[in-house]
Design a protein around this ligand. Sequence first.
Ligand code: 1DF
Ligand code: MN
Length: 352
Amino acid sequence: MTEAIQVAPAPYKRIATEEAFCPPEMLDRYRRLIEAKTVPEIGFNSMWGFYLDADSPRCRFIRDHLGDLGEARLAHMDQAGIDMAVLALTSPGVQVMPAGEGTSFAAQANDWLADAVARHPNRFAGLAACAPQDAVAAAKEIERGVNRLGLKGVIINSHVQQQYMDDTKFWPVFEAAEALDVPIYLHPATPTNRLIEPMLERGLDGAIFGFSVETGLHALRLIVAGVFDRFPELQVVLGHVGESLPFTLYRLDYMHAASVASGRYTAMGPLKRKVSDYMKENFLYTNSGVAWEPAIRFLQETIGVDRVMYAMDYPYQYKPEEVTALDGMKIGAVAKKAFFEDNARRVFKLAG
Ligand code: 1DF
Ligand code: MN
């Protein structure tokens, strides 16, 4: 248990924007999928095969709190000074399930989430899960989630059964999000089978490194495939300080232009804008898992103060003292309120 700490009041609400949950039935379903060896995904079987049964305090904490959208979670939010959590179905969500089952399970998870939001409308908001393995059904569920359930965006847990969403068969999902004017949170999953082996050999496949490689790759694939030329208003949220991509914005622009000019790749054609333009105009960023002032300030400086949001990554990374440390960042009052509150309110259309 974490000891209660006194959280100093702040001149802003603290909204955490990448907070995971999981209906208990989904963990049961994962167990059966893993025992039956029906999911041909190295990362899923390795990670959830471990988390479902491991006995360490961290694993028990994660298992015990993913399924709670009630008093225990609210108490942890209170202890950390979090006023509001934007909740999303934990990775990989329904994306490992057969299409039909994934579609119906996403609907159940969204109903479950909407019930919790209805019980605590001032503390919780939620993102809609969907099963992009049936992209047309996914688009319908996104519309239901936003228009009927009041959910505030879409959660995509990176690759869809080893495929990346730059494939046009997935684009109904982007079309729906753009039309509904809601963001897609492109959250990590374990890397695809083609990527994961040398990482897994050294324990680097997960949140320490592999998640960012996988998700940063996914984001770049969307950009260079022209997803944002086709859907110019689409907004995608990246966690973990943009999965480290902003640090090399300069080189992404230089080498993208150089590669296009060289004509080496038929799969990499010219784009309407620079890579960094998409990253500044079509992406939003959270600091999930990176409670580190220099990285946050770097994003604010390079991307913009109005596109960087606070996230904790509960229950995977619950350290209440991180929150108060970030209260002390040496940035102006307007930028700090934008980080903790205003950007999340605008992006997820949360009532003030
Ligand atoms: C972990 C981290 C697992 C994150 C997650 O989903 C996850 C972890 C299963 O620490 O193993 O979403 N995260 O977002 O950093
Ligand atoms: Mn997360």
